[in-house]
Design a protein around this ligand. Structure first.
Ligand SMILES: [Zn+2]
Length: 267
């Protein structure tokens, strides 16, 4: 579930509370989240060090470890990043917990264990290794870059928006929101979209992601805090189009549910 806006919120949280504080203890609650990395290795790389800066690429969050290397965090479907002080406030499903000098604890949570906590020597090499396309909010990701990225692609627009190798950061929920705002049927093949509409789609991607960040993506009652006319609060059984009032249509693709308005979104 955490998509670009949610991970950007985690990044800001980490930047505000977690940097330049000595890591005094590393606890791995479930080492499956580390993949092939051992808890011992993670511990030896982090203990006594500080996290000194943050970087986000798509749905990946990276924290530079003072000295060398990066801590990499991916949140899968149910991951999160929280700070807490009192042991009683430890969030459920904490898989990795860093104790920081000054008394705060940084918890990486993940209920369903899809996601990854890892180490990387170099951020750019990590992004290349993960085969990530340009970050959807990167300053260098302009209309021309978007056009080039989708040139020759002949799949439906929704799967293209969610393809992290083409464009990093958009997942199921924001793909639906973007296509609703751009009034494009999610089943439309991207190569059938005319140039002006493709430019509008590009601008909509950026606008929707930025709005979600500014409204506090992922927080409680977040859906209700999105601007009037957003699809997000209507993504539920019996949801109606916020524009025309017709019942929303749902289709399944790859196990995920797509919501759209067959009336307002054109093929
Ligand atoms: Zn409608």
């Amino acid at each position: 579930m955490p998509e670009l806006p949610d991970v950007e919120i985690f990044k800001r949280r980490l930047a505000r509370h977690g940097l330049r504080k000595k890591i005094t203890h590393v606890a791995v609650g479930d080492s499956r989240i580390l993949g092939t990395l051992s808890a011992r290795k993670l511990n030896s790389r982090l203990l006594g060090r500080q996290l000194v800066s943050t970087r986000r690429h798509g749905k990946h969050l990276l924290a530079k470890i003072g000295g060398d290397g990066w801590l990499t965090l991916h949140f899968g479907l149910t991951g999160g990043l929280q700070f807490f002080k009192a042991p009683a406030s430890r969030p459920p499903f904490t898989r990795v917990c860093l104790d920081l000098a000054g008394g705060e604890h940084l918890a990486y949570t993940n209920k369903r264990m899809i996601g990854r906590v890892g180490l990387a020597e170099d951020a750019r090499a990590f992004i290349a290794h993960e085969k990530l396309g340009p970050d959807a909010l990167d300053r260098r990701f302009g209309t021309a870059v978007f056009r080039k990225a989708v040139a020759g692609v002949r799949r439906d627009v929704k799967s293209v928006l969610m393809d992290q190798e083409i464009l990093a950061g958009v997942g199921n929920i924001y793909a639906d929101e973007i296509l609703f705002r751009a009034r494009i049927d999610p089943r439309t093949r991207i190569d059938k979209i005319e140039a002006p509409e493709l430019s509008r789609l590009y601008r909509t991607i950026r606008a929707v992601l930025k709005t979600a960040i500014s409204r506090g993506a992922g927080s409680e009652q977040f859906a209700e805090r999105m601007p009037k006319g957003s699809l997000l609060p209507m993504r539920k059984k019996g949801g109606r189009c916020p524009r025309c009032g017709h019942p929303l249509k749902t289709i399944k693709s790859g196990g995920r549910t797509t919501y759209f308005c067959a009336g307002c979104q054109k093929r």
